[in-house]
Design a protein around this ligand. Structure first.
Ligand code: ASN
Ligand code: ZN
Ligand code: CA
Length: 335
């Protein structure tokens, strides 16, 4: 009885029915993804420490499409495994990055963390990803943009290392929103075609609103649309707004726009009109800046110069792309 790669079916909560790469060992399948650094998905069964129990099954179908906080629920695991799979593929196929550390090594995911835990988090010390089940009106925190957001904290920790406070903390958070959104658009499955909203599926507010809006961050009631000298005093999930807004403007431009059925309306601080260069180029610019020019102490002024250097290296100084980076930063009051 050998060990072989297998192709399973995930019946996820947020992404519909998807293909999941798994492993068959003897007669038992497991959520082990050999092609992506042997990433594994574990069940914490409401515990809060340790690795947990690897998800195994006698068939290669995972979940039912309806998740619950029950310790026997496999649907949350299907979403988590899919999120890790798509995040790996996004980084590999968009940037040529092989895993969070770019060394081909996979992380692992843990679901059913604690009780009524309304969060998800990356931990660089275990090199692992953890998801709570949510509570009340919320759902498990396993949507694709959240998975991509959290695992991107691992990429930031292993590249620029942006300190998680002040303006650099806002840039750290925005990097996770930018690439989490990148993962969502990359996967573009039938239930989740991609948008510039964060956490719109998990209904954390109980009224169907997303956690964050990249086109107009202030719509969440706390985030900054524009830079000011006090922005570094905000919580990092609010000071991120300036860079999220920059990224939206650079990708899609200012004003009103509908994408995949979602309406956006992105303002500018100076009344300027910004013309977007498309998400694909904006992602390349942000990634090159993060991995080449940003450091642990980069603030907004440094993010402007770093992304301009990235745009110059990728597309040429004075290129349309370079000029759009300058215009988008000016539109969020970063000069
Ligand atoms: N889910 C949160 C985040 O990624 C966890 C944290 O506070 N770091 O921002
Ligand atoms: Zn975060
Ligand atoms: Ca989203």
């Amino acid at each position: 009885q050998g060990i072989e790669n297998a192709t399973g079916t995930g019946k996820t909560l947020y992404s519909g029915t998807v293909s999941l790469d798994t492993t068959l060992s003897g007669t038992t399948y497991s959520l082990t993804d050999a092609g992506r650094g042997s990433h594994k998905t574990y069940n914490l069964k409401h515990g809060t420490s340790g690795t947990g129990t690897l998800f195994t099954n006698t068939t290669n179908t995972w979940g039912t499409g309806a998740a619950s906080s029950s310790t026997t629920d496999v649907t949350a695991a299907a979403d988590a495994a899919y999120g890790a799979q798509e995040t790996w593929d996004f980084y590999k196929n968009t940037f040529g990055r092989s895993g969070i550390k770019n060394n081909g090594v996979g992380a692992y995911s843990r679901v059913h963390y604690g009780s009524s835990y309304v969060n998800a988090f990356w931990d660089d010390s275990c090199f692992c990803m953890t998801y709570g089940d949510g509570s009340g009106n919320t759902h498990p925190l396993t949507s694709l943009d959240v998975a991509g957001h959290e695992m991107s904290h691992g990429v930031t920790a292993n590249t620029a290392g942006l300190n998680y406070s002040g303006e650099s903390g806002g840039l750290n958070e925005a990097t996770s929103d930018i690439f989490g959104t990148g993962v969502e658009f990359y996967a573009a499955n039938s239930s989740d075609v991609g948008d510039y909203l964060i956490g719109e599926k998990i209904n954390i507010n109980g009224d169907g609103t997303p956690l964050r809006y990249m086109d107009q961050p202030s719509k969440d009631g706390g985030s900054a649309n524009y830079w000011s000298s006090s922005v570094g005093n905000l919580d990092v999930h609010y000071s991120s707004g300036v860079a999220n807004h920059f990224f939206y403007l650079l990708s899609e431009g200012s004003g009103a726009k509908t994408i995949n059925g979602v309406s956006y309306n992105s303002p500018t601080s100076n009344g300027s009109t910004v013309t977007g260069i498309g998400r694909a180029k904006a992602l390349q610019i942000w990634y090159k800046a993060l991995t080449t020019y940003f450091t642990s102490t980069t603030k907004y002024a440094g993010a402007r110069t770093g992304t301009l250097s990235a745009a110059a290296a990728l597309y040429g100084s004075g290129s349309t792309e370079y000029n759009a980076v300058a215009a988008a930063w000016s539109a969020v009051n970063v000069s």
